[in-house]
Design a protein around this ligand. Sequence first.
Ligand code: FES
Ligand SMILES: [Fe+2]
Length: 474
Amino acid sequence: MPLNLVGIDDVLGKTIMKFENFDDRTYDHIEGWHINDDAPASSLERKFPYIDNGTDIHDAARYYDPKIAQLEWDRLWTRVWTIAGRVSDIPEAGDYFTYALGPESFIITRTNDGDIAAYYNVCQHRGNRLVLDEFGSTEHFTCVFHSWQWNLDGTLNQITDRETFRAETIADNPPLASVTCDTWGGFVFINMDPDCEPLANFLSPVADQLAPYRFEDMVVVKDVQTWWPANWKTALDAFMESYHVHSIHSEILGFYDDYYQQWDLMGNGMSRMLMEFGTVSPRLDDQDTVNEGLQGMLADAGLDPSKYKGPASGVRRAIQDHKVAQMKADGTWLDGLVDNQATDDWAFYIFPNVTLNIHPEGFLMQRFRPDPKDPEGFIYDIEVILHPVEDAIIPMYMGVEEGTDCSGKTRPERRHIKRGEPGLGSVLEADSILIPVVQQGLKSKGFGGLRFSEQEQRLRHLHAEIDRYLSGEK
Ligand code: FES
Ligand SMILES: [Fe+2]
């Protein structure tokens, strides 16, 4: 299928690669950059010790080879915890949502006992998909083929014309096939491996660091799903580094430091990067003007840009002072956060397929799921999840439309959009144009493999973890 390149000219040709004011730069990969050199060891922004994943050039087959996609299914997806959805989407007994992963579909529901249960979404008569919608509420799960019916706790409720079955065929009153589920941070996770490690163990590298945000109190304010023609890792990789921002998203360099970032690697393939907002990129010549982007950030934070008389280099601190004081006054500042988090984007990665761009108000979640029929396609979910507020200050790149109800009183419908349709916000729309082009290049006979910089150390780290699953080491 020919690739739709409409819009590529808008993305490319904006490249800003110069870095003239830093001619003698060096980088120590063990030391890395620190977002705060003085951060105490107990601080959320402390620098983590370096994890050495080597310097290998990575074979590109992992991004397109159907055999590797199958191996990922057999050894990764069927054995790892993944986020299925939000607890807040099933508040009452009988509420349910479905979750697709690879060729499987799951039903996540609230039982009459108030527990959360998860089942393979399949009728035990002749294998029909039992539930067809994404969200709903019911007393029983009833198959549309011959009306077999199950209770919320998975036990069989009814077999139509039971007397026409010989007894042995249905002697076990087949229950729904359950799948292991657990919750953390307001998310429901599932794992297809009955012998899997506990969710708390799996999440232990990040759980403590994320606890202060109280994800479990947050509500979904935006929910968009789309499909892009690229391997799920081609897209995930792009969201794990800021190395491409100078080229693809140069419009944000006026208020975003795309270079001096803190990359921290953790156990189980997880990682984070701490990114300064409210700072002019060191790639730009003009470091002094309080440019439009900085003015926009001041205004976003409730400060009048025309009244700001400090230097450009003081904008980030001014926003932090104002925002922290204001959030403390209205009781929304979260205990344990550091002031830098008032401006900065803290991007966490939950292995294998979720990124979270976190702010005190909430986060942008991106989830990358493989297309089961095409290793060069993936399902891309974008959700914005916030502490409920009447008047939200939402970082502009999250792409929450004006007028969105962030009070938690209404749950937005999931929007299904085609690539290129509006709804993602300008930064992600630029990625939507580029990432499928990257996918094409990865398959070239002329491509010798991926060479990761230390700005891309999180990619090397996640691929090393995937390799441990695929090799059987995990
Ligand atoms: S396949 Fe579901 S009732 Fe027959
Ligand atoms: Fe991007």
